[in-house]
Design a binder for this molecule. Structure first.
Ligand SMILES: [Zn+2]
Length: 82
């Protein structure tokens, strides 16, 4: 997990340490908003700054799930650094 979340502890824009993670559903298609299907939408986990709203990092839910799966096998995790 640490290799995704990294060591970001301060906002690169304003220097604040008032950061938080939130989930964001992103429309990655060109479909109009009220004609979307669920497969047009990707779930992202976003690290944002509460003070200036800067987006510092985003990780797709799929990628996070892969890493969580890898974390079930601690020995495999050690070999898969990116
Ligand atoms: Zn900030």
């Amino acid at each position: 997990m640490a290799s995704i979340v990294g060591k970001t502890t301060q906002c690169k824009a304003c220097g604040s340490d008032n950061l938080f993670w939130f989930a964001h559903n992103k429309n990655h298609s060109v479909v109009q908003n009220n004609r979307l299907n669920t497969n047009d939408v990707t779930c992202l986990l976003v690290l944002g700054c509460a003070d200036c709203s800067e987006t510092l990092m985003s990780v797709s839910a799929d990628r996070l799930a892969e890493r969580m799966t890898a974390a079930l096998k601690p020995n495999a995790e050690a070999e898969s650094h990116e």
